[in-house]
Ligand binder design. Structure first.
Ligand code: SF4
Length: 200
């Protein structure tokens, strides 16, 4: 069991999921992105996070909650994510945090009419990093590649019903920055219930 635990986390750490992140997130003390965030948690991500909490010897009561058909980290007072450290304002599970947290401020939508997965960037008014990325096309491209990898993993991992539920979440203050063909496996599990809303 111990071997399984460490191998899951080792693999994840080796991926260096956020090696490309700018310094903005360290400096930003607003932590708005961790309030009412409700990042979707696949079964695979749940196991990775639970393993990680054991490794860092941290116990959190009732780590996950269900919202409208999908699982996310439990919210505490003020709708803050339970992984947000109240003192340091950092994410306790940064190394293994949910895919949408790594991808932010890039989000996605699936358009079943075109068969595309569309990529959106949040506006600067809701995320300072988004403004910085918009002004630095090289960094934006680098982060987009990382976000695509994370979000494609998530859409593959989630059950159809869960994916449909999060696709119904409105995401204002974003604009489209690109799109890619989505593979047949994901498209077929979503059809025929087409939805075209965005998720964080
Ligand atoms: S998992 Fe971490 S980064 Fe994501 S919302 Fe929670 S505290 Fe923020």
């Amino acid at each position: 069991m111990a071997h399984k635990t460490s191998s899951r986390i080792d693999k994840n750490t080796k991926e260096k999921r956020q090696a490309n992140f700018l310094d903005f997130c360290k400096q930003c003390m607003e932590t708005k992105c961790c309030v009412e965030a409700r990042p979707p948690i696949s079964l695979r991500r749940r196991m990775i996070i639970e393993d990680y909490l054991k490794v860092i010897d941290t116990q959190i009561a009732d780590v996950f909650q269900e919202n409208n058909s999908y699982r996310s980290p439990r919210e505490t007072e003020g709708n803050k994510c339970c992984f947000l450290d109240g003192e340091t304002r950092k994410c306790l599970v940064h190394t293994v945090k949910p895919e949408t947290c790594v991808a932010g401020p890039i989000t996605f939508n699936i358009d079943l009419q075109t068969g595309k997965i569309e990529w959106f960037l949040k506006t600067e008014k809701i995320c300072p990093l988004a403004g910085a990325l918009f002004k630095n096309k090289g960094e934006l491209q680098r982060h987009l590649e990382s976000a695509k990898r994370e979000l494609l993993t998530l859409v593959h991992d989630l059950d159809a019903e869960v994916l449909q539920a999060i696709l119904r979440i409105e995401e204002p203050d974003t604009f489209k920055i690109g799109e890619d063909d989505l593979d047949a496996e994901v498209l077929s599990k979503l059809k025929p219930k087409a939805q075209t809303n965005r998720v964080q």
